[in-house]
Write a protein that binds this ligand. Structure first.
Ligand code: ATP
Ligand code: MG
Length: 264
C-alpha cells in the first residue's frame, strides 16, 4: 500500500525546510528498500533548491497542462477526450529521477484559472502514480484553498507545521476544521513545532489537546525542530538542506520525528 503524506501550515513556518530534513532521513534510512516520490505542490517550487536539484523548471505539471491545452485548441486531441487520461500518459516524462527519490514539480499556473485546473487534475495524477511508489510526500502551498478543493483526498497522513505564533496556531485549527468539513479523513494529523522556545512549547501542547478534544481526531505532536544556524546559512547560500551534517541539532530532532511518522 502506498502511503501518502502531505505537509501543510501557515506561510513561511518552515514546511519546505522540514520536508528537506525529512527527505534527508528518507534518503539515508528508507530509500534503499522503498520507492519514494516527492511532489512539490507549491507554485513557488522550492523543493529543487532544498534538495540541490539543478533545473530551470522546464518539466512541471503546469507546463504539461499548458501543452495539453494547446494541443486541444489546435485540434490535435479531440475535445471529448479525457484530459486526465492524456495527462496521465505524459506524466512520466516530467518526473525528475534522483538517486534516492523521484520529484514531480507542479509549478506555477500559467494564465487565469490554470492552477485550479492543475489542482483538479492532481487527483488524476496521483492515482496512477500510486502503483509505482511506496511513499508519496507532498510539500503543499501555504493557504487553505487546496483543502476545500479536496486536493488531499488520497492523503493518509497530514503533517501540519507551525511556528510559535498565534497565526500559526490558528492556521493549524483552520486546517483541521476545513478537513473535517469537507470530509478529508486523514488517519493521522502530525503537528511539528518549528523554532519554538522552551517556554512556548506548552502553548502548542495545550492547543493540540484542545483540538483533539474538540474534533475527536488522531492529532499528535510529532516533535519540535529548533531554530538552527546551519539552516539559516544553507538558505542564505542556497545550499541544499539535505546536505547538512548528520549531527546537526535540527536534523537530529527531525530524524526523531521522521522515525515516528514513517515508522518501520
Ligand atoms: N529550524 C529553522 N532554523 C532556521 N531557519 C529556518 C528553520 N525553519 C525554517 N527556516 C527559515 O525560514 C524561512 C521559511 O522557511 P520555509 O521556506 O521552509 O517555509 P515554508 O513554510 O515552506 O514557506 P512557504 O509558505 O513560503 O512555502 C526560510 O528562510 C528558512 O531557511
Ligand atoms: Mg514552502
Amino acid at each position: 500500500m502506498t502511503k501518502i503524506i502531505a505537509i501543510s501550515g501557515k506561510g513561511g513556518v518552515g514546511k519546505t525546510t522540514i520536508t528537506g530534513l525529512l527527505l534527508k532521513f528518507l534518503a539515508e534510512e528508507y530509500s534503499d528498500n522503498h520507492d519514494i516520490l516527492v511532489i512539490d505542490g507549491d507554485p513557488a517550487s522550492n523543493i529543487p533548491e532544498i534538495i540541490g536539484l539543478k533545473t530551470d523548471l522546464e518539466k512541471t505539471v503546469s507546463k504539461l497542462t499548458v501543452n495539453l491545452k494547446q494541443k486541444i485548441d489546435k485540434g490535435d486531441i479531440p475535445p471529448g477526450f479525457d484530459k486526465g487520461l492524456a495527462l496521465e500518459s505524459d506524466i512520466q516524462s516530467i518526473i525528475y529521477e534522483e538517486d534516492d527519490y523521484d520529484i514531480l514539480v507542479l509549478g506555477r499556473g500559467e494564465g487565469k484559472g490554470c492552477y485550479c485546473f492543475i489542482n483538479n487534475l492532481l487527483k488524476n495524477i496521483i492515482d496512477p502514480l500510486e502503483e509505482s511508489y511506496d511513499l508519496i510526500i507532498m510539500d503543499m502551498p501555504a493557504g487553505l484553498e487546496h483543502f476545500s478543493r479536496r486536493t488531499e483526498k488520497d492523503v493518509d497522513d497530514l503533517i501540519i507545521v507551525t511556528d510559535m505564533s498565534r497565526m500559526g496556531f490558528n492556521v493549524v485549527e483552520r486546517i483541521v476544521e476545513i478537513a473535517k468539513e469537507v470530509h478529508l479523513d486523514f488517519n493521522n494529523y502530525w503537528i511539528i513545532g518549528n523554532r519554538f522556545t522552551e517556554e512556548a512549547k506548552q502553548y502548542l501542547d495545550e492547543k493540540i489537546a484542545e483540538l483533539k478534544e474538540k474534533f475527536g481526531i488522531n492529532i499528535v505532536l510529532a516533535g519540535y525542530v529548533p531554530s538552527d544556524n546551519e539552516i539559516t546559512k544553507a538558505n542564505l547560500l542556497s545550499s541544499p538542506i539535505v546536505e547538512i551534517p548528520d549531527d546537526n541539532p535540527a536534523y537530529k530532532k527531525a530524524k526523531e520525528i521522521a522515525e515516528k511518522i514513517f515508522k518501520f
